[in-house]
Design a protein. Structure first.
Length: 653
């Protein structure tokens, strides 16, 4: 019994399951475009297991045959549209195989980039990573046609990727009809060159999945035809393709190595999947029930959520509230002139060593679905923004930390260790949320919709009386324009307080027992576990779009005018950016409180955060030290007192 023809078998599969895609391709007007035909490998496996094994085990041979099958299926579909003028057979159709949800999602065929080996060559391989380099789009030769001068046989010659897409003619005539033709003289057939769009990108494995001490590996990817220009630097992608090798050098007396390279068949961006996390309905019901339980004491419920942020650190209520509001952020809007006003907030922690700044940074990175952690000492302006690199005689852009963290969080520890020039490069990225590049003939603008969370030590011993007009700038060596871009700047002073030291030492010694107790108790009224806290932040960010009430607008406006009139100690921070920060923080607090409306309570909470960052607040405590701020027993009653105090100060002024 003869084996079934794979072209006919696959064509029948396409007609049965993908007739809609075939119809749209047939009815398209441009015959010169390259059209993708997306199929699910799981569906093909369920329909015809032997047929699905062919592109997996021998992709180099059978993927082109599947493209031929797509053209055969087009002819069948085209019978229904004979009378239409635009309907026609499209020559350039490429079958794209999506392995999501199929048996190929295993370690053997879906390894990490660092584990790609020779054994993976010759099978349909899938890798996952972040695009760190995106090359320019080129045009390359796909095939040529030659004619034997002796027997007039025509044949096609394809370029060899291993030798840099060079075309090599055969040593003798490949004719099958003229059995004894030994011709070696071939003539090029004019107008027989077929060209393809071509782009090289490089992806790097995520640092979050690496083991201790591991270095992230990268692999170049070749995109052709309809796959070019669908991803950019910073995108998270899953690429399915064929692993092959490329000669690295052909110079004399230089060792010639084979560099692995993946020819992509299917590319899937996972950026949208990260931002739109599917949260089960039962978890959402838990959130709603939680706020129903704390309906009469909402601030007590808020504090229960905040206790889940860095539970190993005792107290620091102000810092934990600032971290939560920064991660949640406000609502981005477009003003009357069409300018986008950012919704992301930025946070800077300034404090003495041992105050827990780095722990907050690392915990915030765990709460965010997309995060990049770096240090000021190991970061340059190019490493933070974009690097222009030369590869094979061509300049390319390689994404830095802020671009890779687009749509997420960028944590920069030891902010003071950065050079002044390097710090200046992030001004545009923090406010306009773009990075404008003009390097080596590459002029472009990249998106950096990221939250910047910085931590820095003061210059020597923090001295609030060192300079009345610019205390923060002098103590941190950060310029006024950079400080004004941070919504909250918290100063953590390690002052000697025996009572506080005794409480903290008791908490640290009893920490292990509290952790074990928290693991056994899954009630949300206790300390929230990290996965639940992460889901909650993502849910309120995507579900609520808070709007300011008239009462909240009046409180925020009065406070802003008050600060403008008495802006002596922090003139660099009392700008219009401060008003925008108040709005963002009030919206973030409304989201944190599970509301779609910014009330008076949210406006007061935003003002308290701003007051904490003014370093000399009379509302938070006498010295404005957020390090000794603690959770209170009756936060709702104390908030009423804070509101009355704030209103009195505003009215008297």
């Amino acid at each position: 019994m003869a084996a079934p023809d794979p072209i006919q078998a696959f064509a029948r599969f396409l007609i049965r399951h993908h007739s809609n895609q075939l119809r749209s391709i047939v009815l398209s007007s441009d015959p010169m475009l390259h059209y993708p035909l997306h199929i699910d490998f799981a569906e093909l496996t369920e329909e015809d297991p032997p047929l699905s094994h062919l592109p997996f085990s021998q992709p180099t041979e059978f993927l082109p045959l599947f493209d031929d099958a797509a053209r055969v299926a087009q002819k069948v579909v085209l019978e229904d549209f004979k009378g239409l003028e635009n309907a026609g057979l499209k020559e350039f159709v490429h079958v794209r195989i999506n392995i999501s949800g199929s048996p190929l999602e295993c370690q053997e065929t879906f390894p990490s980039i660092g584990r790609v080996r020779v054994k993976h060559r010759g099978i349909l391989l899938t890798v996952k990573g972040t695009v760190i380099r995106s090359g320019s789009i080129k045009m390359i030769e796909g095939e040529r046609e030659y004619e034997c001068r002796k027997c007039k046989h025509r044949f096609k010659v394809y370029p060899e990727l291993e030798t840099g897409n060079a075309i090599r003619l055969p040593s003798s005539c490949p004719s099958q009809r003229a059995r004894y033709c030994e011709g070696t003289n071939f003539q090029f057939v004019e107008n027989s060159i077929v060209c393809h769009d071509y782009q090289e990108i490089k992806i790097q494995e995520s640092t979050q999945v690496l083991g201790v001490g591991s270095i992230p590996r990268s692999i170049p990817i070749i995109l052709k035809d309809d796959l070019v220009d669908i991803v950019k630097a910073g995108d998270d992608v899953i690429v399915t393709g064929i692993l092959t090798a490329k000669w690295s050098s052909d110079l004399k007396d230089v060792r010639c190595d084979l560099d692995p390279i993946l020819i992509a068949n299917h590319v899937r961006r996972t950026n949208e999947l990260k931002s739109d996390i599917v949260i089960p309905d039962d978890v959402v019901k838990k959130f709603r029930q939680f706020w129903l339980d704390f309906k009469d004491t909402p601030l007590k419920g808020r504090n229960a959520i905040l206790r889940g942020i860095c539970p190993q650190i005792f107290g620091l209520f102000t810092v934990k509230l600032a971290v939560a509001l920064t991660l949640i952020g406000g609502v981005q809007h477009i003003d009357a002139s069409g300018t986008k006003v950012r919704g992301e907030s930025h946070l800077l922690l300034v404090g003495d060593p041992g105050t827990g700044k780095s722990q907050f940074l690392k915990f915030a990175a765990k709460l965010s679905n997309r995060s990049v952690i770096t240090t000021g000492l190991g970061s340059t302006s190019a490493g933070l923004t974009v690097t222009a690199v030369k590869d094979g005689g061509e300049w390319m852009l390689e994404a830095g930390a802020l671009v890779l963290a687009d749509g997420g969080l960028c944590c920069i520890d030891e902010f003071d260790s950065m050079r002044e020039h390097d710090r200046a490069t992030i001004h545009e990225a923090m406010e306009q949320q773009t990075i404008s590049i003009a390097k080596a003939g590459l002029v472009t603008t990249l998106s950096t919709r990221t939250i910047v969370f910085g931590a820095t030590n003061p210059k020597g011993q923090y001295d609030p009386s060192q300079c009345i007009t610019s205390t923060l700038s002098v103590n941190t060596t950060l310029s006024g324009p950079l400080l004004s871009r941070f919504d909250i700047v918290l100063v953590l002073l390690d002052t000697k307080n025996p009572e506080w030291d005794a409480i903290v030492s008791s908490h640290i010694l009893a920490e292990q027992g509290e952790q074990e107790k928290g693991k056994c108790d899954g009630d949300l009224t206790n300390i929230w576990p990290l996965p639940m806290l992460r889901r909650y932040i993502q849910f309120v960010k995507g579900y609520f779009k808070p709007v300011l009430t008239k009462e909240a607008e009046r409180i925020i406006s009065s406070y802003y005018q008050l600060q403008r009139r008495s802006a002596i100690q922090n003139a660099a921070r009392t700008t219009v950016r401060m008003l925008e920060s108040l709005i963002r923080l009030a919206q973030a607090h409304a989201r944190l409180m599970f509301r779609n409306e910014v009330t008076r309570l949210d406006a007061v909470a935003a003002i308290l955060c701003i007051e904490s960052s003014m370093t000399t607040s009379a509302i938070v405590d006498s010295v404005g030290n957020a390090l000794h701020s603690n959770f209170t027993e009756n936060p709702d009653q104390e908030c009423i007192l804070a509101v009355l105090t704030l209103l009195c100060i505003t009215c008297l002024t």
